[in-house]
Design a protein around this ligand. Structure first.
Ligand SMILES: [Zn+2]
Length: 248
C-alpha cells in the first residue's frame, strides 16, 4: 500500500520520526481498529487515530449525547444533545481525514454480538464504561485472536493495558463482574482531563503496537493516579484457571 503525495505531506511530522518512517505510516494505513465507546476515552482515542492515519476505523456506541457528557467529550457540542454518538464521531473523523475509512455502528456490544462486530479488525480499543461489556469484549478478542487495548477511567484513577492472547483482561479482573455494572462513572464521577489523558495513552499504546515502536507492552497494566499525577506499570500474571485463555 503506497502513500500519495498528499498523505506524505499530511503525515510529515510523524514520518520524520525514525521509529515511524514510511514503513510505519503504511502500517497505520493498513490497520483496521474497532473502538468501543465514543465516551470520554473514545473522544481522545478517535481523533488521535484518525489524525495518525489509521486506515479503517469502526466506532461502536449505542448512546446519544447528553448534557452531562460534554465536560469530557469534546467531539460533541450543545446542539448535539439527543444525537447518536457513533455517527457524530464518524462525521468528525470524515471531516478530519478523508483518507480514513470510518464506519459507525449504533449497537450496544455484548456477549451475543461481540464476535460479529469485532471480527475482521486487527486491533480493538475498549473504552466502555462497565465490566460486563469489557469482559464480553475481552472474551471475543480471545476467541478471534485480536489484540485488545483496554482503557478505563473513573474518579482520579486510570488504567490502560494491552492484552494479546495470554494473559487476557479476564486474568486481571476474574469472573466476579460478568453481570455487574459496578464501576459506572455516572455514579462515581470522573474528570474530562483524566479521560483525555487515559484515552491519549491508549491511543499511543495502540499506535506503538501497530507501528512496532518500543518493546511489546502486552500483559502490562499502566495505572494512572490522577491525584499524585503519576503513572506506574504492573505485570498481569496469566491465570491458569482463566475461563478465556487458561489451559484448563
Ligand atoms: Zn485470561
Amino acid at each position: 500500500m503506497s502513500l500519495s503525495d498528499e498523505e506524505l505531506e499530511r503525515y510529515a511530522r510523524q514520518i520524520v520520526l525514525p521509529q515511524v518512517g514510511g514503513v510505519g505510516q503504511r502500517r497505520l494505513k493498513e490497520a483496521s481498529v474497532a473502538i468501543i465507546g465514543a465516551g470520554g476515552i473514545g473522544n481522545a482515542v478517535i481523533p488521535a487515530l484518525a489524525g495518525a492515519g489509521v486506515g479503517r476505523m469502526t466506532i461502536i456506541d449505542s448512546d446519544v449525547v447528553e448534557l452531562a457528557n460534554l465536560h469530557r467529550q469534546p467531539l460533541f457540542g450543545e446542539s448535539d444533545a439527543g444525537k447518536a454518538k457513533a455517527e457524530l464521531a464518524a462525521e468528525f473523523v470524515c471531516k478530519l481525514n478523508r483518507f480514513v475509512e470510518v464506519e459507525p455502528k449504533r449497537d450496544r456490544i455484548g456477549r451475543d454480538n461481540a464476535e460479529r462486530l469485532l471480527g475482521g479488525h486487527g486491533l480493538v480499543i475498549d473504552g466502555s464504561d462497565n465490566f460486563e461489556t469489557r469482559l464480553a469484549v475481552s472474551d471475543a478478542c480471545g476467541a478471534l485472536g485480536i489484540p485488545l487495548v483496554s482503557a478505563a477511567a473513573v474518579q482520579f484513577q486510570g488504567q490502560v493495558g494491552l492484552f494479546r492472547a495470554r494473559p487476557c483482561y479476564r486474568c486481571f479482573v476474574g469472573d466476579a463482574f460478568d453481570a455487574d455494572d459496578c464501576d459506572n462513572c455516572a455514579e462515581l464521577g470522573v474528570l474530562g482531563a483524566l479521560t483525555a489523558t487515559v484515552g491519549g495513552f491508549a491511543a499511543l499504546l495502540a499506535i506503538n503496537s501497530i507501528v512496532g515502536v518500543g518493546d511489546d507492552q502486552s500483559g502490562q497494566l499502566h495505572l494512572l493516579d490522577g491525584e499524585k499525577l503519576s503513572w506506574r506499570a504492573i505485570r498481569i500474571p496469566a491465570d491458569p484457571a482463566c475461563r478465556t485463555c487458561g489451559s484448563a
